[in-house]
Design a protein around this ligand. Structure first.
Ligand code: ITT
Length: 200
């Protein structure tokens, strides 16, 4: 018996990040869509100044390699006092200097405003252009790392709707308002509405 028997459909998510995959699974489950992880295989991270452009280039590359209808999601943290740094370079910055160095850069700064942005690009072998969705959440960089949930910059980011950092929230709480959840829901609504024949 198929593991997907109670779900209307499935979607392929190309990512190397299990946290992002788990967030997506939970959002899509509410739409009756099951999520299948396709391990991200590009060794050199696609680089550009704009998240939507990064997502679009990545999805094109993924479709070429997998020959499947897939989506990718790219996110970044934008800090106002640092002119939007690390933004599209978030992955590299997190891997190299990490949260402690961001907190040091922010020491003494009164403007703590920051936002996370997320961009999804979906494409399929016969599609000439990717379909894109974006989401954003405003918040601030707190003074110290807090919480053990989540990943990446979650311990130093507090969204405006809560007194907790993202890392102090369980998955479903982060998924109520996060940048990624907003984008995933927009995508899921669109994906649920298109006829099955256009998805493969
Ligand atoms: P992919 O394989 O899907 O690209 P990734 O880990 O490289 O996964 P992104 O490019 O989307 O993820 O994000 C870049 C970095 O930004 C990521 O490595 C984290 O450090 C950070 N980041 C993204 N989304 C985040 C979130 O929801 N919470 C905390 N940090 C996040």
């Amino acid at each position: 018996m198929s593991a997907f028997r109670d779900l209307r459909e499935a979607v392929f998510f190309v990512t190397g990040n299990l946290h992002k995959f788990n967030e997506a699974c939970q959002v899509f489950r509410a739409f009756g869509i099951s999520t299948i992880m396709v391990k991200r295989i590009n060794v050199v991270e696609t680089q550009a100044d704009d998240l939507e452009e990064i997502a679009e280039r990545s999805v094109r590359e993924a479709v070429r390699k997998c020959n499947l209808p897939v989506f990718v999601e790219d996110a970044g943290l934008f800090i106002e006092a640092l002119s939007g740094f690390p933004g599209p370079y978030s992955s590299y910055v997190f891997r190299t200097i990490g949260n402690k160095a961001i907190l040091r850069l922010m020491q003494g700064l009164r403007n703590r405003k920051a936002f996370f942005k997320s961009a999804i690009a979906y494409s399929a072998p016969e599609m000439r252009r990717a379909i894109k969705f974006i989401g954003r959440i405003n918040g601030e960089i707190i003074g110290e790392e807090r919480g053990n949930h989540g990943f990446g910059f979650d311990p130093i980011f507090r969204p405006n709707f809560s007194s907790k950092s993202f890392a102090e929230m369980a998955l479903d709480e982060k998924n109520q308002h996060s940048h990624r959840a907003v984008t995933l829901r927009k995508f899921a609504e669109w994906y649920s509405a298109i006829p099955q024949t256009q998805k493969s």
